[in-house]
Structure formats: C-alpha cells, structure tokens
Design a protein around this ligand. Structure first.
Ligand code: S3P
Length: 415
C-alpha cells in the first residue's frame, strides 16, 4: 500500500497551471471515438479514469494515438467486446447508455469500488426505451445486448450528470428523441460537446433533448478542472495565503465552489476570462478571517466533488459549518460521508455526520495523524489539504490521487 508523507506548511503562495478536466476528457475520448472521422483532443487529462476510457474505446475499435496531452482519434463502428472501466463511473455509465442502441454485445465491468456503485439509476430509464441490459443486482458487471430503442421523456429523480449523459447518448440511436428534465441543472459538458460534433441537442432551462443523429469528428481543447483546482485554492485559504490557478474551466454548472468561497468572505478574482463553449480563466483567491460554510441540499449537486475539500477547509474556519442533504456522496468512489468524517477525524477534527448531513466544528488545532484514503482520490487530496494547514500527516493508499490528479502531491503540496 502506498504511503505519502504530507508536511505541515507554514504558508501558501502559489501560482499553478490547472490540470485538464477529467469529466470533459472522458467525454471527448468517448464521443470522438464514436464520431465518424478524425478528431484531435488537446490538453487531454492523462489521469487513470481517462486512460480507462481510452482503453475501452480502443477495445471497441477506435484508433487513439496519444502524443503527450494530445489524442488523435479516428472513430470506428464498434465491435462486441468486454470493457474494463477501472474506477471510472463516468466511462461505465456513459458507455452503457451509448452502447444500448448499437449492434453488438458488450460486457462492462470495473474495479471493486466501481462494482459497488449503483447502476439502476441508468438501467431503469434505459429499459423504458427498450434497452436489453443484464445487471448484477443493480451493479456491474453488466452485459448490454444492443437493441432498437424507442424515445424517452424522463424526469430525473436524482440530480446526476452521468445519468443525464447516459440517456442523451442513448438518444443518438433511438427511434425519435430523448428528453431529460433535472431538478437542478447539473454539469452540461455532454450537451455542449454533442452540439460541437453535430449532435442534435436542444436545451430549455433544466430540460435537454437529444435527437437521433450522426456525430462527426472535430477538434476539442479540454479546459482545466475546477474540481482539481479546488484543492490548492482551499489550501491557500486554510493557510491565510493566496493562490492562482490558471486556465480553469468556468462553465457556470461547475462554478458553485467559487460562489461558496465568496460567500464565506474569501477574495476571489477571475482574470483572462475567455468566453467560448467551455469558458475558462485564471482564478486567484486570498482571504483573512472566513465565515463557516453553510450548504443546503439544493446546492449539493453543483458541489458534489468539492464537498470533501470544503470539509477540510471548514476544519480551519472558526464556527460550525454544515453541509445538509449530502446523501449522494454515499454513492461515490467511497461512501464519502463516512470517509470524509473518518479521514478528518484521524487528524483530530471535530466532525460528525447527522443522517446525510455533515457538521464540522472548526477552528480547533489539528494533530499529526495517519489517514486512510479508502482508495478514494478526493479523500486523499482533501485530507492532504487539511493536514498541510495543520500538523502534517501520512496518507495511506495515496496512489489513488492518479485517478483524477496524478501530479497532485508534487504541484499542490510540494512533495
Ligand atoms: C461526473 C458527474 C458527477 C461527479 C463525477 C463526474 C461526470 O457524478 O461526481 O465525479 O463526469 O458527469 P454524478 O453524475 O453521479 O453526480
């Protein structure tokens, strides 16, 4: 098991280049592999989840050549095969949706953590379209037997960009169209990318429709990952320092984290804002005394990946921070309510769960400790941020950061 020592940092004043966005990279690999013709994907993330997507698309028949962070992709009609999605739920769920309406039989599996994640949320609505999917008690491994799909109008009971995306991709090969309505508008990278590569997509408020369409390859440049930028930005605030992360994606469905920082009194500025289909800019934060973090249930879907690091920051803010209605965190790479609480408690934090809410009594000094990441990249990185602003720690099972941010320890912590 890999261990990483995180030192106590006394100050934080850094300028970093962002790491490429994982969600957009996975979508680019999948959609360009399916599209007719050639695509070039620039600034592709080379994190483990994206490499899992690359392996799957090669197994399906696409040609993908990696040259540094550029992928040259040539789409191909997919062949029957077995796919290993590793730790990547985005890859598994989007592929189950896309493959449901194609010719062929596809086995889809993943690692132990991915096998524990719920798949009924996509399988049930796909079956309403006529999809033939054999599952393992609502989990992977699943077998998709490609078949003719009808259309679908679906109100999503859970706010999830992965579910929305799986259904929209099934819509590409259905007899008419798929219309999905969400309670809260989640990240819309799939809609944006589909439009760019000839998908027939229309959006009205929280409702998206994708019609049967043929995709054509195009060039895509991936912006920086705001969920990854959250770690150095939070570290700077916890240490009363400052940090700039350059070229971070600022798609409005991803920027709730910035709004939270502003709400608690941090100074946040955006420079070099570039408005395009996926807008981006440089984020700078600095702050003195911050107010506790209060997040309501409706805000959780837009902050879903940032909650562990917000809890880490809350440990360093005087007062009681509360994150309410975060039950969806229980279905991530680990049960992130349990693992966030356990990891930060190993550092002496006063943090508890009440039902599906998390309560942090912040401002008490942390202690040096050994922290189990439970194999979950976001828990390892959140704990490292909390400990760097405390007394340091040793992270057990630290290699998992490669799932989304391979250079995390070197660039963010400096080890
Ligand atoms: C993702 C959506 C979110 C997020 C995950 C990536 C995506 O999951 O937590 O890290 O790429 O669409 P859900 O859709 O399950 O909320």
């Amino acid at each position: 098991m890999s261990e990483k020592a995180v030192p106590k940092l006394n100050s934080y004043d850094k300028t970093l280049m962002s790491t490429p966005d994982k969600s957009i990279s996975v979508r680019a690999v999948i959609l360009c592999s399916y599209a007719v013709g050639k695509s070039e994907v620039r600034n592709l993330s080379l994190c483990a989840d994206v490499l899992s997507a690359v392996d799957c698309m090669r197994a399906l028949g696409a040609s993908i050549t990696l040259e540094g962070n550029t992928a040259h992709v040539i789409g191909a009609p997919f062949r029957s095969c077995s796919l290993d999605c590793g730790n990547s739920a985005t890859t598994a769920r989007l592929l189950i949706g896309l493959l449901s309406g194609l010719n062929g039989v596809f086995g889809i599996d993943g690692d132990e953590s991915l096998r524990a994640r719920p798949m009924r949320r996509i399988i049930d609505p796909l079956r309403l379209m006529g999809a033939r999917i054999e599952d393992t008690d609502g989990h992977l491994p699943v077998r998709v037997i490609g078949s003719a799909l009808g259309g679908l109008e679906y109100f999503m009971p859970i706010s999830s960009a992965q579910v929305k995306s799986a259904l929209l991709l099934a819509g590409l090969n259905c007899s008419s169209s798929v219309t999905v309505t969400e309670k809260v508008k989640t990240r819309d990278h799939t809609e944006i990318m589909l439009s760019k590569i000839n998908g027939e997509v229309s959006v009205a408020d929280n409702t998206v429709t994708c019609r049967n369409s043929v995709l054509f390859g195009n060039d895509i440049t991936v912006v920086g990952d705001i969920s990854a930028a959250a770690y150095p930005l939070a570290a700077a605030l916890a240490l009363h320092g400052s940090c700039t992360v350059k070229s971070v994606g600022l798609n409005p469905t991803r920027t709730a984290f910035i709004n939270v920082l502003r709400k608690i009194g941090a100074r946040v500025s955006i420079d070099n804002f570039t408005d395009c289909d996926e807008p981006y800019g440089d984020i700078t934060v600095s702050g003195g005394k911050l107010r506790p973090i209060i997040i309501g249930e409706n805000e959780v879907p837009l902050l879903i990946d940032e909650i562990p690091v917000l809890c880490a920051l809350a440990c360093h803010i005087d007062g009681v921070s509360v994150i309410e209605g975060a039950g969806e965190l229980r279905h991530k790479e680990s049960d992130r309510i349990n693992t966030t609480v356990a990891a930060l408690r190993s550092l002496g934090a006063d943090i508890d769960q009440r039902g599906d809410s998390i309560v942090v009594c912040g401002g008490k000094p942390l202690v040096f400790g050994k922290v189990d990441s439970y194999g979950d990249h976001r828990i390892a990185m959140a704990a490292a941020v909390a400990a760097a602003a405390g007394e340091g720690c040793v992270i057990q099972n630290a290699d998992c950061v490669a799932v989304s941010y391979p250079s995390f320890f070197e660039e963010v912590i400096g080890v």
